[in-house]
Design a protein around this ligand. Structure first.
Ligand code: C2E
Ligand code: MG
Ligand code: MG
Length: 719
């Protein structure tokens, strides 16, 4: 138990090793009162239970004066043993804090401790105290209380830098300090804290002894330190001509990096020759005034969850590091650290635990770094590290390994132990123009590589890879804009009744009219759309445009729209379709959605109700690229499917590859047996068409009947 607190003891606590203090008091009074040494009795929490007059005097504790209200008689201050006034809230006593260091050690160790206190700053009493503390043990061998004897001691050796004693007013000063609502400290000229008051301790969150182990430089915000030091230098520099004090509005750092705003006033204490010997430091907490502003700055630059710098701040740190390193031939390293399989953790653990994991990983990443390096969070499970002054890739790799090892410590989540891993992508600045965004992008590319090479490793970006991946990223950004800027367009390909070749519907096929690359086929950009999630917006655009075109066209056929698995796994497609149909006035039976087999078989819980919903709306669903996916056919029975589109790879083999003939035949039989429509794709020749007609195929699609065309109506007939 720390002995930091001297609280008002409760009556019930006034018992030492089972013996009520009150009972034995009378007997001990005479004895204790006669002792030349101070005697102090404290409980295991450091509460002072008893102190003789000498102790009160040596420790500067307030004496008990007149009893207040119904304070019991034995506590009156006129007996041979004078108790200190314990009815007051904790009297601040630096001297008691000094004694506590020794008595706490006795309590902790259960053994007698004896020693000299540290020098006690000038407060009118002796500078050193000799303290001997004896723990009182209970039956279980645990210390229940501690008795200390205290006597004044002479300086063990005159301290060379011992400042002369300031003249006069000491007692008034001491009292002011004790009761001031302003944080007050006396420091040496070098800023070391000699005395601190309670308010300052509370403001900064330190105990007195902790604060006394620090200097002013530790509590002034690093960015403000230079300003404060300059002013102090001015203050103490030129004797008589010096100013009396200075005043600054500054940020302070408390325990655990806590920040506060305050007004700082520093006044020198001078000796009789007017030489400054110590400083009186006053800090008034003004945080409330600055809080709104400060909080906002903090919030906009830090990640809410982990408190780490966020993307804008990280970019700023990279820029500053680049500015500093530019001339010395060293590099800035940006390491992107992606948690491996975080989705799995999150799904299994739920969001709160997922957050816990992220907070802990953030802590570990930050803990693995040198001072001066930055750890930040870019969002999701992506962390970033910025290191300055890195020699080469291998040196950056060492940092990456430190991060990996730190993150990989076991972590208990929901009772299960888990060892998170990260994939790290490294980008190093080079001599050429190198901007923070580029470095961040390169690091991201290298992370992809580390992931694709098996995760839990680091990779540095290599230049060919950088080029390909950069293009991919550019494409993604361009595509995002293209969707908004209407650079996409739809082409329509007819689906015909094989016998009479009338058009019964049209498939909408997306194209991208790229300003530089020209008209791009879906294969050139759909994979990027799928990976980046842009497919959802793209799909919504296609749906709207296709339904509008069909509603505007004179032809009564249906329009078929391709739906990607990624559109199906999130709920909302049903609502979207309903809205689009309502807006355009297209009857639901004139809309067909083409889904791939993977969606039909998908275990995604969202897909099935969504499919049911679409069916209920009256929209038809066909299975696209039938035969290329899975061979499990049970979904044809379970789900409301109205047709299948036989993949064109089978059509291509018709007439030449007997296997293909037989497969197509079997598929037709299957469709017929289930009472669903069969459409054969990729019909290019009259021979294929004839063959298909021969085996009873009714509906087909292919270049033979019409190529995809930008005009809906033009697709009406083509041959
Ligand atoms: P799909 O749905 O199987 O579309 C048929 C593809 O076959 C189209 O290619 C079409 O141009 C092509 N095709 C049609 N007849 C013939 C033929 O006789 N011979 C040959 N060799 N090919 C023919 P496209 O337009 O390049 O589309 C490729 C794939 O991209 C589509 O395959 C579809 O899966 C996807 N796709 C196209 N538009 C969209 C869209 O708006 N959304 C989604 N999610 N996917 C789309
Ligand atoms: Mg299709
Ligand atoms: Mg297809």
């Amino acid at each position: 138990m720390p002995l930091g607190d001297l609280r008002r003891p409760r009556r019930a606590q006034r018992e030492v090793a089972g013996v009520p203090v009150a009972e034995s008091e009378a007997r001990h009074r005479a004895l204790l009162g006669a002792l030349p040494d101070g005697v102090l009795l404290q409980d295991a929490n450091g509460n002072v239970l008893l102190a003789n007059p000498r102790a009160g005097q040596l420790l500067g504790l307030p004496r008990l004066e007149e009893p207040r209200g119904a304070v019991p008689a034995p506590r009156r201050g006129d007996g041979p043993v004078e108790l200190i006034d314990l009815t007051e809230p904790r009297p601040f006593s630096l001297r008691l804090d000094e004694v506590n260091r020794i008595s706490a050690a006795a309590l902790r160790s259960g053994q007698l401790q004896s020693g000299l206190t540290d020098p006690i700053p000038l407060d009118g009493g002796p500078r050193f105290l000799q303290v001997t503390s004896i723990p009182l043990l209970g039956d279980d061998g645990q210390a229940r209380a501690v008795v200390s004897s205290i006597s004044p001691a002479t300086d063990p050796a005159p301290a060379p830098d011992a400042p002369p004693r300031p003249a006069g007013g000491e007692d008034i000063f001491r009292r002011t300090m004790q009761h001031s609502p302003i944080g007050i400290a006396v420091t040496a000229l070098n800023g070391r804290f000699l005395r601190v008051n309670r308010t300052l301790c509370r403001m900064l969150g330190y105990r007195a002894d902790e604060l006394q182990a620090r200097t002013l430089a530790d509590i002034v915000h690093p960015e403000d330190l230079a300003a404060v030091q300059t002013r102090i230098a001015d203050l103490v520099a030129d004797g008589f001509h010096a100013q009396d004090s200075f005043r600054l509005e500054r940020r302070f750092l408390g325990h655990g990096g806590m920040q506060l705003w305050g007004t700082l006033v520093i006044t020198p204490i001078r000796d009789s020759a007017a030489r400054p010997v110590q400083l009186v430091v006053q800090v008034e907490d003004r945080s409330d005034l600055y809080q709104a502003q400060g909080l906002m700055t903090h919030m906009t630059l830090h990640d809410r969850l982990t408190g780490l710098p966020n993307r804008p701040l990280v970019l700023d740190r990279i820029q500053k590091a680049l500015d500093r390193t530019r001339r010395n031939g060293r590099h800035v390293a940006v390491l992107q650290c992606d948690v491996d399989h975080f989705r799995v953790v999150n799904d299994n653990a739920g969001y709160e635990d997922g957050d816990e994991v992220l907070i802990e990983i953030g802590r570990r990443v930050a803990g693995a770094l040198r001072a001066g390096d930055t750890a930040g969070r870019l969002g999701g499970d992506e962390f970033v590290v910025v290191c300055e002054d890195i020699k080469d890739e291998d040196e950056a790799g060492l940092v990456a390994d430190r991060v990996r090892v730190a993150v990989n410590e076991p972590l208990i989540l929901g009772g299960r132990s888990l060892r998170p891993t990260v994939s790290v992508g490294i980008a190093l600045s080079d001599d050429s123009e190198c901007d923070p965004l580029m470095l961040l992008r390169d690091a991201e590319i290298a992370t992809y590589q580390a992931k694709s090479r098996g995760r839990d490793r680091w990779d540095a970006v290599d230049t060919t890879l950088r080029k390909a991946a950069a293009e991919r990223l550019d494409l993604e950004h361009e595509l995002r804009a293209a969707i908004l800027d209407d650079e996409l367009e739809l082409h329509f390909q007819p689906i015909v009744e094989l016998s009479g070749r009338q058009v019964i519907g049209r498939e909408a096929l997306v194209r991208w009219q790229h300003p530089v690359r020209g008209l791009m086929p879906p294969i050139a950009f759909l994979p990027v759309a799928e990976e980046s999630g842009l497919i959802v917006e793209l799909g919504a655009w296609v749906l709207r445009a296709a339904v509008r075109a069909a509603a505007a066209g004179a032809d009564p056929g249906y329009v078929a729209v391709n739906v990607s698995p990624n559109q199906m796994i999130r709920p909302g497609l049903g609502d979207q379709v309903e809205r689009v149909l309502a807006d355009s006035g297209l009857p639901p039976e004139r809309l067909v959605l083409e889904l791939t087999e993977s969606v039909m078989l998908s275990s995604a819980p969202a897909a099935r109700p969504e499919i049911e919903r679409l069916h209920a709306l009256g929209v038809r669903i066909v299975v696209d690229d039938f035969g290329t996916g899975f061979s499990a056919l049970s979904y044809l029975r379970d789900l409301p499917v109205s047709g299948i589109k036989v993949d064109r790879s089978f059509t291509a083999g018709l007439g030449t590859d007997p296997q293909c003939d037989r497969i197509v035949e079997a598929l037709i039989g299957l469709g017929r047996g289930l009472g669903i429509d069969v459409i054969v794709e990729g019909v290019e020749t009259e021979e294929q068409s004839a063959l298909l007609a021969g085996i009873g195929v009714q509906h087909a699609q292919g270049y033979l009947f019409g190529r995809p065309s930008p005009r809906y109506e033009l697709a009406l007939s083509s041959s």
